[in-house]
Design a protein around this ligand. Sequence first.
Ligand code: UD1
Ligand code: UDP
Length: 439
Amino acid sequence: MKIATILGTRPEIIKMAPIIAEINARGIDHVVLHTGQHYDKEMSDNFFRDLEIPAPEYNIHVGSGTHAKQTGLMMEGIEKILLDEKPDIVLVQGDTNAVLSGALVCAKLHIAVGHVEAGLRSFDMTMPEEVNRRVADICTAMYFIPTENSAINLLSEGFSRKNLMITGNTVVDACFRHLEIAKKRGFGEQSLIDLDIDNMDNILTLTMHRAENVDIKERVTDIIEALKELNDMNIIFPIHPRTKNTLKNFGLFDELNDLEHVHIIKPIGYLDFLLLTSKSTLILTDSGGLQEEAITLDIPALTLRYNTERPETVEVGGNILVGADKKAILENANKILNDKEFADRMKQAPNPYGQGDAAIKTVDAIEKYYSKGLLDIKAPEDIMDSFERKMAHIEEDITVADFEEKQNSLVHMAYDGEKMVFPADELNLNGMMITYDKR
Ligand code: UD1
Ligand code: UDP
Protein backbone atom coordinates (compact mmCIF):
# COMPACT_ATOMS: atom_id res chain seq x y z
CA MET A 1 0.00 0.00 0.00
CA LYS A 2 1.16 3.51 -0.74
CA ILE A 3 -0.18 6.59 1.06
CA ALA A 4 0.31 10.19 -0.07
CA THR A 5 -0.28 13.05 2.37
CA ILE A 6 -0.98 16.58 1.18
CA LEU A 7 -0.37 19.50 3.54
CA GLY A 8 0.48 23.15 3.14
CA THR A 9 -0.08 25.25 6.26
CA ARG A 10 1.03 25.31 9.89
CA PRO A 11 -2.05 23.57 11.36
CA GLU A 12 -1.97 20.84 8.73
CA ILE A 13 1.66 20.03 9.57
CA ILE A 14 0.83 19.90 13.29
CA LYS A 15 -2.29 17.77 12.93
CA MET A 16 -0.87 15.41 10.30
CA ALA A 17 2.38 14.88 12.23
CA PRO A 18 0.99 12.11 14.49
CA ILE A 19 -0.43 10.29 11.44
CA ILE A 20 2.81 10.69 9.46
CA ALA A 21 4.76 9.32 12.43
CA GLU A 22 2.35 6.36 12.73
CA ILE A 23 2.51 5.56 9.00
CA ASN A 24 6.31 5.70 9.08
CA ALA A 25 6.49 3.58 12.26
CA ARG A 26 4.48 0.85 10.49
CA GLY A 27 6.84 0.94 7.48
CA ILE A 28 4.08 1.82 5.02
CA ASP A 29 5.21 3.36 1.70
CA HIS A 30 4.46 7.08 2.05
CA VAL A 31 5.11 10.38 0.29
CA VAL A 32 4.34 13.85 1.60
CA LEU A 33 3.46 16.76 -0.71
CA HIS A 34 3.76 20.27 0.67
CA THR A 35 1.75 22.78 -1.35
CA GLY A 36 3.98 25.66 -0.23
CA GLN A 37 1.01 27.77 0.90
CA HIS A 38 2.96 28.56 4.09
CA TYR A 39 6.62 29.09 3.30
CA ASP A 40 8.20 31.24 6.06
CA LYS A 41 10.47 29.20 8.30
CA GLU A 42 8.29 30.22 11.27
CA MET A 43 5.13 28.94 9.54
CA SER A 44 6.48 25.70 8.07
CA ASP A 45 10.05 24.31 8.49
CA ASN A 46 10.11 24.86 12.25
CA PHE A 47 7.14 22.51 12.63
CA PHE A 48 8.83 19.61 10.82
CA ARG A 49 11.71 20.18 13.25
CA ASP A 50 9.62 20.46 16.45
CA LEU A 51 7.26 17.61 15.57
CA GLU A 52 10.19 15.40 14.46
CA ILE A 53 8.81 14.42 11.07
CA PRO A 54 10.88 14.16 7.87
CA ALA A 55 10.94 16.99 5.33
CA PRO A 56 8.33 16.46 2.58
CA GLU A 57 9.34 14.61 -0.58
CA TYR A 58 7.71 17.31 -2.74
CA ASN A 59 7.03 21.03 -2.44
CA ILE A 60 4.82 22.69 -5.04
CA HIS A 61 5.79 26.22 -3.88
CA VAL A 62 2.44 27.85 -4.68
CA GLY A 63 3.11 30.70 -2.24
CA SER A 64 0.56 33.41 -1.52
CA GLY A 65 -2.17 34.65 -3.88
CA THR A 66 -5.88 34.75 -4.48
CA HIS A 67 -7.93 31.67 -3.74
CA ALA A 68 -8.33 30.88 -7.44
CA LYS A 69 -4.62 31.23 -8.11
CA GLN A 70 -3.55 29.15 -5.11
CA THR A 71 -6.14 26.46 -5.80
CA GLY A 72 -5.37 26.28 -9.52
CA LEU A 73 -1.61 26.05 -9.02
CA MET A 74 -2.06 23.44 -6.31
CA MET A 75 -4.33 21.29 -8.49
CA GLU A 76 -1.86 21.35 -11.36
CA GLY A 77 1.09 20.47 -9.13
CA ILE A 78 -0.75 17.80 -7.15
CA GLU A 79 -2.09 16.09 -10.29
CA LYS A 80 1.37 15.78 -11.80
CA ILE A 81 2.83 14.20 -8.67
CA LEU A 82 -0.08 11.82 -8.08
CA LEU A 83 0.01 10.58 -11.69
CA ASP A 84 3.64 9.69 -11.06
CA GLU A 85 3.35 8.28 -7.54
CA LYS A 86 0.03 6.39 -7.97
CA PRO A 87 -0.88 6.18 -4.26
CA ASP A 88 -3.72 3.97 -3.00
CA ILE A 89 -5.06 6.75 -0.81
CA VAL A 90 -4.39 10.46 -0.40
CA LEU A 91 -4.78 12.08 3.00
CA VAL A 92 -5.84 15.69 3.39
CA GLN A 93 -6.51 17.48 6.69
CA GLY A 94 -8.97 20.15 7.75
CA ASP A 95 -10.25 22.93 5.54
CA THR A 96 -7.47 24.82 3.75
CA ASN A 97 -7.05 25.31 0.02
CA ALA A 98 -4.81 22.20 -0.01
CA VAL A 99 -7.80 20.13 1.08
CA LEU A 100 -10.02 21.52 -1.65
CA SER A 101 -7.39 21.07 -4.38
CA GLY A 102 -6.18 17.67 -3.21
CA ALA A 103 -9.68 16.24 -2.90
CA LEU A 104 -10.81 17.55 -6.31
CA VAL A 105 -7.73 16.20 -8.09
CA CYS A 106 -8.11 12.78 -6.47
CA ALA A 107 -11.82 12.57 -7.30
CA LYS A 108 -11.04 13.11 -10.99
CA LEU A 109 -8.12 10.64 -10.92
CA HIS A 110 -10.26 8.04 -9.07
CA ILE A 111 -7.90 7.95 -6.12
CA ALA A 112 -9.43 7.41 -2.66
CA VAL A 113 -9.36 10.48 -0.42
CA GLY A 114 -9.04 10.19 3.36
CA HIS A 115 -10.26 13.40 4.97
CA VAL A 116 -8.76 13.90 8.40
CA GLU A 117 -10.92 16.15 10.63
CA ALA A 118 -13.95 15.68 8.40
CA GLY A 119 -17.50 16.79 9.21
CA LEU A 120 -16.86 20.13 10.88
CA ARG A 121 -19.41 22.77 9.89
CA SER A 122 -19.69 26.45 10.80
CA PHE A 123 -22.74 26.80 8.50
CA ASP A 124 -21.16 30.08 7.35
CA MET A 125 -20.57 29.88 3.61
CA THR A 126 -18.72 33.22 3.58
CA MET A 127 -15.77 31.41 5.17
CA PRO A 128 -13.39 29.96 2.57
CA GLU A 129 -12.77 27.09 4.99
CA GLU A 130 -16.48 26.11 5.02
CA VAL A 131 -16.49 25.90 1.22
CA ASN A 132 -13.27 23.87 1.24
CA ARG A 133 -14.39 21.33 3.78
CA ARG A 134 -17.83 20.81 2.22
CA VAL A 135 -16.40 20.29 -1.28
CA ALA A 136 -13.71 17.97 0.06
CA ASP A 137 -16.31 15.84 1.82
CA ILE A 138 -18.16 15.27 -1.47
CA CYS A 139 -14.92 13.81 -2.90
CA THR A 140 -13.95 11.73 0.15
CA ALA A 141 -13.89 7.93 0.53
CA MET A 142 -12.84 7.67 4.21
CA TYR A 143 -13.93 10.23 6.78
CA PHE A 144 -11.82 10.53 9.95
CA ILE A 145 -14.09 12.47 12.25
CA PRO A 146 -13.16 14.05 15.57
CA THR A 147 -16.54 13.88 17.36
CA GLU A 148 -20.01 12.37 17.19
CA ASN A 149 -21.39 15.86 16.53
CA SER A 150 -19.32 16.16 13.34
CA ALA A 151 -20.33 12.65 12.26
CA ILE A 152 -23.98 13.68 12.60
CA ASN A 153 -23.30 16.69 10.35
CA LEU A 154 -22.16 14.27 7.66
CA LEU A 155 -25.11 11.90 8.17
CA SER A 156 -27.45 14.88 7.86
CA GLU A 157 -25.90 15.65 4.48
CA GLY A 158 -26.62 12.10 3.35
CA PHE A 159 -23.19 10.44 3.59
CA SER A 160 -23.17 6.71 4.29
CA ARG A 161 -22.31 5.86 7.89
CA LYS A 162 -20.12 2.98 6.72
CA ASN A 163 -17.28 5.30 5.78
CA LEU A 164 -17.55 7.55 8.82
CA MET A 165 -14.96 6.81 11.50
CA ILE A 166 -15.01 8.69 14.78
CA THR A 167 -11.34 8.87 15.74
CA GLY A 168 -10.94 11.94 17.96
CA ASN A 169 -8.69 14.75 16.80
CA THR A 170 -4.98 14.22 16.14
CA VAL A 171 -4.34 17.60 17.79
CA VAL A 172 -4.73 15.76 21.12
CA ASP A 173 -2.08 13.21 20.08
CA ALA A 174 0.27 16.05 19.12
CA CYS A 175 -0.46 18.04 22.26
CA PHE A 176 0.05 15.19 24.74
CA ARG A 177 3.24 13.94 23.13
CA HIS A 178 4.93 17.27 22.58
CA LEU A 179 3.95 19.03 25.80
CA GLU A 180 6.08 16.49 27.71
CA ILE A 181 9.01 17.07 25.35
CA ALA A 182 8.52 20.85 25.63
CA LYS A 183 8.43 20.75 29.45
CA LYS A 184 11.71 18.84 29.57
CA ARG A 185 13.35 21.27 27.15
CA GLY A 186 11.93 24.59 28.45
CA PHE A 187 11.48 27.71 26.34
CA GLY A 188 13.76 27.80 23.30
CA GLU A 189 12.55 30.97 21.62
CA GLN A 190 14.67 33.99 22.52
CA SER A 191 11.74 36.43 22.54
CA LEU A 192 10.01 34.33 25.21
CA ILE A 193 13.18 33.91 27.26
CA ASP A 194 13.72 37.69 27.15
CA LEU A 195 10.17 38.24 28.42
CA ASP A 196 10.94 35.83 31.30
CA ILE A 197 7.67 33.97 30.67
CA ASP A 198 8.61 31.39 33.30
CA ASN A 199 8.12 34.03 35.99
CA MET A 200 5.24 35.92 34.41
CA ASP A 201 1.66 35.82 35.76
CA ASN A 202 -1.72 36.60 34.20
CA ILE A 203 -0.65 35.56 30.71
CA LEU A 204 -3.17 36.00 27.93
CA THR A 205 -2.05 34.24 24.76
CA LEU A 206 -3.54 35.90 21.72
CA THR A 207 -3.64 34.66 18.12
CA MET A 208 -5.76 35.92 15.25
CA HIS A 209 -5.55 35.47 11.52
CA ARG A 210 -9.09 34.69 10.32
CA ALA A 211 -9.89 36.73 7.20
CA GLU A 212 -13.27 37.77 8.59
CA ASN A 213 -11.50 39.45 11.55
CA VAL A 214 -8.15 40.73 10.41
CA ASP A 215 -9.16 41.88 6.92
CA ILE A 216 -11.98 44.06 8.30
CA LYS A 217 -10.75 47.29 9.86
CA GLU A 218 -13.77 47.83 12.14
CA ARG A 219 -13.44 44.37 13.64
CA VAL A 220 -9.67 44.57 14.31
CA THR A 221 -10.17 48.05 15.75
CA ASP A 222 -12.81 46.79 18.19
CA ILE A 223 -10.58 43.90 19.24
CA ILE A 224 -7.65 46.28 19.78
CA GLU A 225 -9.86 48.61 21.85
CA ALA A 226 -10.62 45.64 24.13
CA LEU A 227 -6.93 44.67 24.34
CA LYS A 228 -6.05 48.21 25.46
CA GLU A 229 -8.29 47.85 28.50
CA LEU A 230 -7.00 44.40 29.46
CA ASN A 231 -3.99 46.00 31.06
CA ASP A 232 -3.83 43.79 34.14
CA MET A 233 -2.89 40.95 31.79
CA ASN A 234 0.37 40.24 29.99
CA ILE A 235 -0.75 39.75 26.41
CA ILE A 236 1.60 37.61 24.35
CA PHE A 237 0.76 37.84 20.67
CA PRO A 238 2.74 35.64 18.26
CA ILE A 239 1.53 37.37 15.15
CA HIS A 240 0.47 35.53 11.98
CA PRO A 241 2.05 37.10 8.85
CA ARG A 242 -1.37 37.85 7.39
CA THR A 243 -2.31 39.83 10.51
CA LYS A 244 0.99 41.68 10.61
CA ASN A 245 0.41 42.82 7.02
CA THR A 246 -3.17 43.95 7.57
CA LEU A 247 -2.43 45.72 10.88
CA LYS A 248 0.36 47.62 9.12
CA ASN A 249 -1.87 48.48 6.16
CA PHE A 250 -4.60 49.75 8.52
CA GLY A 251 -2.00 51.79 10.44
CA LEU A 252 -2.84 49.89 13.65
CA PHE A 253 0.36 47.90 14.22
CA ASP A 254 2.41 50.57 16.04
CA GLU A 255 -0.49 51.60 18.24
CA LEU A 256 -0.87 48.01 19.45
CA ASN A 257 2.84 47.32 19.68
CA ASP A 258 3.40 50.44 21.81
CA LEU A 259 1.10 49.20 24.58
CA GLU A 260 3.24 48.19 27.54
CA HIS A 261 1.19 45.09 28.39
CA VAL A 262 1.10 43.79 24.79
CA HIS A 263 4.07 41.83 23.48
CA ILE A 264 3.96 41.18 19.75
CA ILE A 265 6.43 38.48 18.70
CA LYS A 266 7.06 36.40 15.58
CA PRO A 267 5.10 33.14 15.20
CA ILE A 268 6.77 30.61 17.48
CA GLY A 269 7.53 26.90 17.13
CA TYR A 270 5.15 24.22 18.40
CA LEU A 271 7.06 23.33 21.59
CA ASP A 272 7.33 26.96 22.66
CA PHE A 273 3.70 27.58 21.80
CA LEU A 274 2.49 24.59 23.83
CA LEU A 275 4.53 25.74 26.83
CA LEU A 276 3.23 29.29 26.47
CA THR A 277 -0.42 28.27 26.21
CA SER A 278 -0.19 25.77 29.04
CA LYS A 279 1.12 28.58 31.31
CA SER A 280 -1.64 30.97 30.25
CA THR A 281 -4.58 32.16 32.34
CA LEU A 282 -6.61 32.70 29.21
CA ILE A 283 -6.47 32.15 25.46
CA LEU A 284 -8.02 34.72 23.13
CA THR A 285 -8.11 33.44 19.58
CA ASP A 286 -9.87 33.00 16.28
CA SER A 287 -7.83 29.89 15.48
CA GLY A 288 -9.54 26.55 14.94
CA GLY A 289 -6.73 24.42 16.32
CA LEU A 290 -6.26 26.59 19.35
CA GLN A 291 -9.89 26.16 20.46
CA GLU A 292 -9.16 22.42 20.54
CA GLU A 293 -5.77 22.78 22.23
CA ALA A 294 -7.19 25.10 24.90
CA ILE A 295 -9.70 22.47 26.01
CA THR A 296 -7.03 19.76 25.82
CA LEU A 297 -4.69 21.80 28.05
CA ASP A 298 -7.51 22.91 30.42
CA ILE A 299 -7.08 26.60 29.64
CA PRO A 300 -10.20 28.81 29.34
CA ALA A 301 -10.69 30.10 25.79
CA LEU A 302 -12.51 33.11 24.41
CA THR A 303 -13.04 32.78 20.69
CA LEU A 304 -13.05 35.91 18.55
CA ARG A 305 -15.75 34.58 16.25
CA TYR A 306 -19.53 34.69 15.83
CA ASN A 307 -19.80 30.98 15.04
CA THR A 308 -17.60 27.95 15.40
CA GLU A 309 -17.27 24.60 13.70
CA ARG A 310 -16.08 23.38 17.12
CA PRO A 311 -19.41 23.81 19.01
CA GLU A 312 -18.49 20.95 21.37
CA THR A 313 -15.96 23.20 23.10
CA VAL A 314 -18.71 25.72 23.84
CA GLU A 315 -21.31 23.08 24.83
CA VAL A 316 -19.01 21.51 27.44
CA GLY A 317 -18.19 24.94 28.86
CA GLY A 318 -14.50 25.40 27.99
CA ASN A 319 -14.90 28.02 25.27
CA ILE A 320 -17.01 31.17 24.91
CA LEU A 321 -17.73 32.92 21.61
CA VAL A 322 -17.14 36.66 21.97
CA GLY A 323 -17.02 37.76 18.33
CA ALA A 324 -15.13 41.00 17.81
CA ASP A 325 -17.34 42.57 20.46
CA LYS A 326 -15.35 44.73 22.88
CA LYS A 327 -17.92 44.42 25.68
CA ALA A 328 -18.15 40.61 25.44
CA ILE A 329 -14.35 40.27 25.30
CA LEU A 330 -13.82 42.47 28.36
CA GLU A 331 -16.65 41.03 30.46
CA ASN A 332 -15.57 37.44 29.93
CA ALA A 333 -11.82 38.05 30.20
CA ASN A 334 -12.28 39.93 33.48
CA LYS A 335 -14.53 37.19 34.82
CA ILE A 336 -11.93 34.53 34.03
CA LEU A 337 -9.27 36.66 35.70
CA ASN A 338 -11.24 37.60 38.83
CA ASP A 339 -13.82 34.87 39.41
CA LYS A 340 -11.94 31.71 40.36
CA GLU A 341 -15.03 29.52 40.40
CA PHE A 342 -15.97 30.61 36.89
CA ALA A 343 -12.43 30.02 35.61
CA ASP A 344 -12.24 26.61 37.30
CA ARG A 345 -15.50 25.52 35.69
CA MET A 346 -14.08 26.40 32.28
CA LYS A 347 -10.83 24.56 33.03
CA GLN A 348 -12.70 21.44 34.14
CA ALA A 349 -14.69 21.15 30.90
CA PRO A 350 -14.23 17.61 29.54
CA ASN A 351 -12.20 17.25 26.35
CA PRO A 352 -14.49 16.20 23.46
CA TYR A 353 -11.58 15.39 21.14
CA GLY A 354 -10.54 11.98 22.44
CA GLN A 355 -7.69 10.37 24.29
CA GLY A 356 -4.78 11.05 21.97
CA ASP A 357 -5.08 7.87 19.90
CA ALA A 358 -6.61 9.41 16.76
CA ALA A 359 -3.56 8.67 14.60
CA ILE A 360 -3.54 4.97 15.54
CA LYS A 361 -7.27 4.67 14.83
CA THR A 362 -6.84 6.44 11.49
CA VAL A 363 -3.99 4.27 10.23
CA ASP A 364 -5.71 1.10 11.54
CA ALA A 365 -8.79 1.99 9.48
CA ILE A 366 -6.74 2.71 6.34
CA GLU A 367 -4.97 -0.66 6.61
CA LYS A 368 -8.33 -2.41 7.07
CA TYR A 369 -9.87 -0.66 4.05
CA TYR A 370 -6.83 -1.46 1.93
CA SER A 371 -6.85 -5.14 2.89
CA LYS A 372 -10.55 -5.41 1.96
CA GLY A 373 -10.02 -3.69 -1.41
CA LEU A 374 -12.21 -0.77 -0.35
CA LEU A 375 -9.75 1.86 -1.56
CA ASP A 376 -10.27 0.88 -5.21
CA ILE A 377 -12.50 3.53 -6.75
CA LYS A 378 -14.20 1.76 -9.66
CA ALA A 379 -17.27 2.40 -11.75
CA PRO A 380 -20.16 0.18 -10.56
CA GLU A 381 -20.37 -3.13 -12.42
CA ASP A 382 -23.85 -4.18 -11.30
CA ILE A 383 -26.89 -2.78 -13.01
CA MET A 384 -28.52 -0.48 -10.48
CA ASP A 385 -31.47 -1.92 -8.62
CA SER A 386 -34.08 -0.11 -6.59
CA PHE A 387 -33.24 1.79 -3.45
CA GLU A 388 -35.72 2.74 -0.79
CA ARG A 389 -35.22 4.88 2.33
CA LYS A 390 -37.52 3.76 5.13
CA MET A 391 -38.31 4.82 8.67
CA ALA A 392 -39.05 2.57 11.62
CA HIS A 393 -39.57 2.65 15.37
CA ILE A 394 -37.58 -0.18 16.95
CA GLU A 395 -39.16 -2.02 19.85
CA GLU A 396 -36.71 -4.85 20.53
CA ASP A 397 -33.16 -5.21 21.77
CA ILE A 398 -31.18 -5.24 18.55
CA THR A 399 -27.86 -3.66 17.61
CA VAL A 400 -27.33 -1.65 14.44
CA ALA A 401 -25.14 -4.40 12.96
CA ASP A 402 -27.74 -7.12 13.68
CA PHE A 403 -30.58 -5.00 12.31
CA GLU A 404 -28.65 -4.38 9.11
CA GLU A 405 -27.92 -8.06 8.61
CA LYS A 406 -31.49 -9.12 9.34
CA GLN A 407 -33.03 -6.46 7.07
CA ASN A 408 -30.30 -6.44 4.38
CA SER A 409 -30.12 -2.70 4.87
CA LEU A 410 -27.93 0.15 5.99
CA VAL A 411 -28.98 2.26 8.97
CA HIS A 412 -28.74 5.90 8.10
CA MET A 413 -29.81 7.85 11.18
CA ALA A 414 -31.01 7.09 14.69
CA TYR A 415 -33.03 9.36 17.01
CA ASP A 416 -33.30 8.57 20.73
CA GLY A 417 -36.47 10.66 21.13
CA GLU A 418 -34.61 13.89 21.83
CA LYS A 419 -31.62 14.03 19.55
CA MET A 420 -29.83 12.23 16.76
CA VAL A 421 -27.21 9.66 17.79
CA PHE A 422 -24.51 8.14 15.65
CA PRO A 423 -25.58 4.60 14.68
CA ALA A 424 -22.37 2.77 15.59
CA ASP A 425 -22.43 -1.02 14.92
CA GLU A 426 -22.91 -1.88 18.59
CA LEU A 427 -25.65 0.68 19.39
CA ASN A 428 -28.80 -0.91 20.84
CA LEU A 429 -31.71 0.48 18.82
CA ASN A 430 -34.47 -0.39 21.29
CA GLY A 431 -36.84 2.59 21.64
CA MET A 432 -35.26 4.53 18.80
CA MET A 433 -36.64 5.94 15.59
CA ILE A 434 -34.38 5.15 12.67
CA THR A 435 -34.12 5.79 8.97
CA TYR A 436 -32.50 3.06 6.90
CA ASP A 437 -31.76 2.26 3.30
CA LYS A 438 -33.28 -0.96 2.05
CA ARG A 439 -31.56 -2.79 -0.78
C1 UD1 B 1 -4.53 29.70 5.77
C2 UD1 B 1 -5.83 28.93 5.62
C3 UD1 B 1 -6.62 28.99 6.92
C4 UD1 B 1 -5.77 28.50 8.08
C5 UD1 B 1 -4.46 29.27 8.12
C6 UD1 B 1 -3.56 28.70 9.18
C7 UD1 B 1 -6.98 28.85 3.43
C8 UD1 B 1 -8.09 29.41 2.66
N1 UD1 B 1 -6.68 29.50 4.58
O1 UD1 B 1 -4.85 31.06 6.02
O2 UD1 B 1 -7.77 28.19 6.84
O3 UD1 B 1 -6.48 28.70 9.28
O4 UD1 B 1 -3.80 29.15 6.86
O5 UD1 B 1 -2.58 29.59 9.60
O6 UD1 B 1 -6.38 27.87 3.04
N2 UD1 B 1 2.07 34.79 4.49
C9 UD1 B 1 3.40 35.00 4.74
N3 UD1 B 1 4.19 33.91 4.92
C10 UD1 B 1 3.71 32.63 4.88
C11 UD1 B 1 2.36 32.44 4.61
C12 UD1 B 1 1.54 33.53 4.44
O7 UD1 B 1 3.88 36.13 4.78
O8 UD1 B 1 4.51 31.68 5.06
C13 UD1 B 1 1.18 35.98 4.35
C14 UD1 B 1 1.00 36.42 2.89
O9 UD1 B 1 0.96 37.82 2.88
C15 UD1 B 1 -0.38 35.89 2.55
C16 UD1 B 1 -1.11 35.95 3.88
O10 UD1 B 1 -0.10 35.67 4.86
O11 UD1 B 1 -1.02 36.63 1.56
C17 UD1 B 1 -2.23 34.94 3.99
O12 UD1 B 1 -1.78 33.63 3.70
P1 UD1 B 1 -2.75 32.53 3.07
O13 UD1 B 1 -1.97 31.32 2.81
O14 UD1 B 1 -3.51 33.10 1.94
O15 UD1 B 1 -3.84 32.27 4.16
P2 UD1 B 1 -3.78 32.19 5.74
O16 UD1 B 1 -4.37 33.45 6.28
O17 UD1 B 1 -2.42 31.81 6.20
N1 UDP C 1 0.74 27.71 16.75
C1 UDP C 1 2.12 27.66 16.93
N2 UDP C 1 2.81 28.84 17.02
C2 UDP C 1 2.20 30.05 16.97
C3 UDP C 1 0.79 30.08 16.81
C4 UDP C 1 0.09 28.90 16.69
O1 UDP C 1 2.69 26.57 17.01
O2 UDP C 1 2.89 31.08 17.05
C5 UDP C 1 -0.01 26.44 16.55
C6 UDP C 1 -1.09 26.14 17.57
O3 UDP C 1 -0.56 25.37 18.60
C7 UDP C 1 -2.12 25.38 16.77
C8 UDP C 1 -1.89 25.81 15.35
O4 UDP C 1 -0.69 26.54 15.32
O5 UDP C 1 -1.88 23.98 16.81
C9 UDP C 1 -3.03 26.65 14.88
O6 UDP C 1 -2.73 27.20 13.63
P1 UDP C 1 -3.52 28.41 13.04
O7 UDP C 1 -4.14 29.19 14.13
O8 UDP C 1 -2.56 29.12 12.14
O9 UDP C 1 -4.60 27.73 12.10
P2 UDP C 1 -6.08 27.15 12.34
O10 UDP C 1 -6.02 26.13 13.39
O11 UDP C 1 -6.96 28.30 12.67
O12 UDP C 1 -6.44 26.61 11.01
